[in-house]
Design a protein around this ligand. Structure first.
Ligand code: C2E
Ligand code: MG
Ligand code: MG
Length: 679
């Protein structure tokens, strides 16, 4: 669609009725806009022209008959039938030709001018023969009819009507003034009438054109904004806004012909799934707009890589030879045609990895990223695009699980793992309402007295066929599938229920720790849910210790601290679990309103041997006590470890040395004695 005349659009945008400058009555300043105008009305004009040509024929026949009745068989009258009528018939015939539409406006004007000349000649002859010719009202009526024919009835544009109207006026004037039988005053008398009728017909024609153009300007502006909106919707539906790359839907459309061609030719293709590692971290540190800049930069590199390579990736729908698409926040998909072996796909993946690894400058700081690339080959791995994309995605996940910054090819084992995962997810969905989850309790011990001072509730899944499943196998799955929300709520309920039962049974009241998933702090319902639980089970918030990991605290620090402050204010205990494995800086730790630090098992394992882990554990214990925090060592398995930690001041310990996590009944026995049943 062409851009409308700037001035008319401005008038439209200013609101109200657009004002048409006078010159627009002759032609829009923008030739393309003028063409649109003509195109828009061409059907309307044509119908007008054809109807008016038929009307012209009827009127000329009528003139002929009237003259014949009044004056008998004047030879000049017959000219009406032999000259004027054929011209109109030719005009009608011409209007039937589809090709005629291109130049029909000047052609129609020429037809009418020719008809006018025929009529002048006829009227002059009629005058000579003694009938009512040019110098009579019959002549003026004929002139009037021709002028109206030009300006209004024929439907040609105003400027053509004006040109032919002026020619007819001039011819009429000439005939009147040089007509032998007319005196000067008579010629002036008839000329006056003819001129006023010309002005009247022209005025009406002008007004008609003005209304049409005014309506067209408004309609065109509306059409343009609708077209722009459609264009935008189309863009949004098919392209990613940040990178300008095709999205998943367009990728499927572009890739389909390439796959079809490959399967016809029997050649191979590869789908590469490129996932940028740790982009979420960049978002947390630099914000959305910087992530977008990073993505745009990476997109450019990927495109260059694919184009600059020795492989030709083909997108039949455009001149751009590569099919690169952005599928999600940090994922790109690339279809490379005519790539039939893993040996040839590997260098492409290497090139992409190197391109992504080039530093990107953000806030004057060089940022180095990496990617995990999964590759699926057609037709070996899958027969259709969806299958290839799924395989490539699985392979990329495997590359990511293996530490990122590498590429992996899809293989059957990956597929089996993915299927198992999908099955497990479906079963977990059923497990929560089916009551297959249970809590095990691991005591937290004060090693000086050997007494239990707390416990950690750890979820287990009692699977009807697979047996007892440990959380390591299903917590991440639950987090990724969103099932973590009902799971956490079940765990909180079960933990509170146990606390209530212990209190009712007169057992010693101990704080019970519950692990919260990464997403929980962002959940606005958490506080309300905890309040309701405390009320429902009649518990004090201090009986619940919420375990959080460092990584979950790194997202949106300000709002996390706000939530933690509110939890602390209510009296809940907050514990920093797996301390040392995340990214928290020590200065950051000071700002967190936590009451407990749990030294991760990975540091505890080697403490007794001294060395780096021992030094780290010792430093964390000192740091924790200086910040006034309770420090708990996790995963204590040997007396050496326990003694080493105790020697450094860590009196609270949890681990297999004291007890594994045990079922409720067993833990209740421990509560009765106050000490763990070693085993
Ligand atoms: P965690 O919170 O750090 O829990 C400690 C894990 O270490 C538990 O594994 C526990 O059984 C194990 N452990 C304790 N002492 C020892 C020891 O001396 N030696 C060894 N080798 N292991 C020890 P578990 O129960 O398999 O839980 C693993 C992780 O799953 C937990 O780590 C926690 O992050 C997560 N998890 C467990 N229950 C829940 C839950 O209800 N909700 C959420 N969101 N996560 C949970
Ligand atoms: Mg824990
Ligand atoms: Mg832990």
């Amino acid at each position: 669609m062409h851009a409308p005349d700037a001035q008319t659009l401005r008038a439209h945008e200013a609101g109200g009725v657009p004002v048409l400058p006078l010159r627009l009555l002759l032609r829009f300043a923008d030739a393309a806009y003028e063409r649109r105008f003509v195109q828009h009305y061409v059907a309307f004009y044509f119908r007008y022209a054809q109807v008016s040509l038929v009307l012209g024929m009827v009127l000329i026949l009528g003139d002929y008959l009237v003259d014949r009745i009044a004056y008998g068989a004047l030879p000049a009258n017959t000219l009406r039938l032999t000259t004027a009528l054929p011209v109109l018939i030719c005009g009608l015939g011409y209007s039937m030709l589809p090709k005629a539409r291109r130049h029909w406006q000047p052609m129609m004007s020429s037809f009418i001018v020719t008809v006018a000349f025929c009529l002048f000649v006829i009227l002059l002859r009629i005058d000579v023969a003694g009938g009512a010719g040019l110098k009579s009202w019959v002549g003026v009526l004929n002139f009037t009819f021709l002028e109206f024919y030009c300006f209004v009835i024929l439907g040609v544009q105003f400027r053509y009507a004006l040109a032919s109207g002026l020619v007819i006026l001039a011819a009429f004037g000439y005939a009147l003034w040089w007509h032998a039988g007319l005196s000067g005053p008579q010629a002036a008398y008839w000329s006056y009438h003819v001129l006023t009728l010309f002005i009247l017909a022209a005025g009406i024609g002008w007004w008609r054109e003005y209304l049409l153009r005014k309506e067209f300007v408004a309609r065109a502006a509306l059409d343009d904004s609708r077209a722009a909106a459609e264009q935008r919707a189309l863009q949004l539906a098919h392209y990613d806004e940040v990178t300008g790359l095709p999205n998943r839907r367009l990728f499927a459309q572009l890739a389909a012909p390439t796959l079809e061609r490959s399967s016809r030719k029997g050649s191979g293709c590869a789908v590469l799934h490129v996932e940028i590692d740790r982009l979420g971290g960049v978002h947390d540190i630099y914000g959305r707009s910087q992530v977008d800049t990073v993505l745009a930069g990476i997109t450019q590199r990927i495109r260059q890589c694919i184009r600059g390579g020795d492989v030709a990736a083909v997108s039949p729908a455009s001149d751009d030879p590569s099919v690169v698409a952005r599928l999600g926040d940090n994922a790109f998909s690339i279809l490379i045609a005519d790539l039939d072996s893993q040996e040839r796909a590997s260098p492409v993946a290497q090139r992409l990895l190197a391109a992504v690894a080039q530093p990107i400058v953000i806030d004057a700081q060089p940022l180095v990223l990496s990617a995990s690339i999964g590759i699926a080959m057609f037709p070996g791995d899958a027969q259709d695009l969806m299958g290839l994309m799924r395989c490539a995605e699985q392979a990329a996940r495997a590359a990511d699980d293996a530490g990122g910054a590498q590429h992996k090819f899809f293989d059957e084992a990956l597929d089996a793992r993915a299927r198992d995962r999908a099955l497990l997810e479906a079963e977990l969905r059923q497990a929560i309402p089916a009551g297959q989850l249970c809590l095990h309790y691991q005591p937290k011990v004060d090693v000086r007295s050997g007494r239990i001072v707390g416990a950690e509730a750890l979820v287990r899944w009692q699977h009807p066929q697979r047996g007892l499943i440990m959380p390591g196998r299903f917590i991440t799955l639950a987090e990724e599938s969103g099932l973590i929300v009902p799971l956490t709520s079940w765990v909180l309920h079960a933990a509170c229920n146990s606390l209530r039962c212990w209190a009712d049974a007169g057992l010693r009241s101990l704080p019970l720790s519950v692990n919260l998933p990464a997403s929980s702090l962002a959940d606005v319902r958490l506080l309300d849910q905890l309040d309701e639980l405390m009320q429902h089970y009649g518990l004090s918030p201090s009986s619940l210790m919420l375990e959080l990991t460092e990584t979950m605290l790194m997202h949106d620090v300000a709002s996390v601290i706000d939530v933690l402050d509110r939890l602390r204010a209510r009296g809940f205990g907050l514990s920093l679990d797996d301390f040392g494995t995340g990214y928290s800086s020590l200065s950051y730790l000071k700002r967190l309103p936590v009451s407990e630090l749990k030294i991760d098992r990975s540091f505890v394992t080697d403490v007794a041997r001294g060395g780096r882990d021992g030094a780290l554990a010792a430093a964390v214990i000192t740091l924790g006590s200086e910040l006034g925090l309770q420090v708990v060592a996790e995963g204590v398995e040997t007396t050496e470890q326990s003694e080493f930690l105790l020697g450094r001041g860590c009196v609270l310990q949890q681990g297999f040395l004291y007890s594994k996590a045990v079922p409720l009944a067993e833990f209740e026995q421990m509560l009765e004695t106050g000490t763990p049943l070693r085993g």
